[in-house]
Unconditional design. Structure first.
Length: 407
């Protein structure tokens, strides 16, 4: 409740500045910083540009990823930066060369302190030469020795102390990470408008020992060792139909209020892909972009797609608003149904699809043949940040879909 009151106060302050004279923001390179639960700063870089019509646009940089932001509102000395697709936004006060405020995700009642400074700062300060090069594959375990432990594959490239890469898990990847090795310290971060990730670790020639922070609400330790041959479990083996089932069944509303199910005529005698996802989920966004492009490039009459959205939004109206925002911003031309709102809890999600052994990951894709039988369930999504793994997925996906089409 206190957080909600705080959000309202911020909104009132923002609106009250409407009649004040609008200030100017310096154009060019900025560094943003979010505060994580430990008090450490999570840095990211962005560029601000003032358009001919007087509005501002932003580009957020994470390694090779560029996120374009075109919904920036300024009133007096107050600024609101709406991140693309996702509901999260930054609101605060600014001067010509600084911004101070908060990154807010209302559905989750999360408020993360934010500040930014003009100038072409490096992402992290480097005060010592790196003791090792972390390039290569790292067998990683998060929350080791607990019931919440899970494995990951660290994939990194280092050049002159600057590091890019990601951690792959069975449920997806940790986005485009960028950072440095300074002395014996590895520092990596990413901010994409939904998730804010910071990884800090001590390094030797063969080990990592560190802490993972997700904005201001979560942290967990991780350990890693070099292992060039390490692989995660097959993504097609983790989620499956319970014994006695060979079909998927559901009935959920689309954005027009129509109930949609797999028994509908449009799905009969066709290959159907069912995407379990959420509009709040960056890995789901990567997957959705892939599907949108695939459907544009491959005009396959006997292929249908439908997405089941499990939304964190507190009301049905806001959930549909977020779904429609995703559809409009990305150009999704297949139906997205609202399967659940108010939480994306995976146990509750599995209750909506009781024929599955569990809902392990957002996203998950279920492949259904022309007879209506489930042929494969692919858990998670390895996006473009995973490099070669993503390229291999593209080819395997195309081959498998076209094999089903020929049956």
């Amino acid at each position: 409740m206190k957080k909600l009151i705080f959000l309202l106060v911020i909104a009132v302050v923002f609106i009250s500045c409407n009649e004040q004279k609008t200030s100017e923001l310096a154009q060019g390179d900025w560094q943003g910083q979010l505060e994580v639960i430990s008090g450490d700063k999570l840095p990211f870089n962005f560029n601000l540009l003032k358009e001919a019509n007087g509005s501002y646009t932003m580009e957020i940089y994470n390694a090779s990823e560029v996120i374009k932001v075109d919904e920036i509102t300024i009133k007096g000395d107050s600024i609101r930066i709406q991140t693309p697709v996702f509901e999260g936004y930054i609101v605060g006060k600014f001067s010509q060369k600084s911004i101070k405020g908060n990154f807010i995700k209302e559905s989750l009642d999360r408020v993360v302190p934010f500040e930014a400074f003009y100038g072409g700062k490096e992402r992290f300060t480097v005060d010592k030469p790196p003791v090792i090069n972390v390039s290569g594959i790292w067998e990683t375990e998060f929350s080791q020795g607990t019931s919440n432990s899970y494995m990951a594959k660290g994939i990194f490239a280092e050049n002159g102390g600057k590091v890019t890469g990601t951690f792959r898990t069975t449920t997806g990847d940790y986005r485009y990470l960028e950072g440095v090795v300074t002395g014996d310290s590895l520092k990596l971060s990413a901010f994409d408008g939904a998730h804010a990730f910071l990884f800090l670790a001590k390094v030797t020639d063969s080990t990592l020992n560190g802490m993972f922070y997700s904005d201001k609400h979560f942290q967990e330790p991780f350990v890693a060792k070099r292992n060039e041959s390490f692989e995660l479990p097959d993504a097609d083996s983790l989620t499956f139909l319970k014994e006695g089932y060979n079909k998927l069944a559901f009935s959920f509303p689309d954005t027009e209020g129509n109930m949609v199910s797999l028994t509908d005529k449009k799905f009969q005698n066709k290959v159907v892909l069912v995407q379990i996802m959420g509009s709040w989920c960056p890995n789901c966004l990567d997957e959705t972009k892939f599907y949108v492009n695939y459907l544009k490039e491959n005009k396959l009459e006997d292929l249908e797609m439908v997405a089941l959205a499990f939304e964190s939004a507190k009301s049905k109206e806001l959930a549909f608003k977020n779904i429609n925002r995703l559809k409009e911003r990305i150009g999704v031309n297949y139906p997205i149904l609202l399967a659940q709102y108010g939480t994306y809890d995976k146990i509750k999600a599995q209750e909506k699809l009781p024929m599955l052994n569990k809902v392990l990951s957002y996203p998950t894709t279920i492949f259904i043949d022309k007879k209506g039988n489930v042929r494969k369930i692919h858990t998670g999504f390895n996006g473009p940040a995973t490099g070669e793994k993503y390229t291999r997925f593209e080819k395997e996906f195309d081959t498998y879909v076209k094999m089903l089409m020929k049956e």
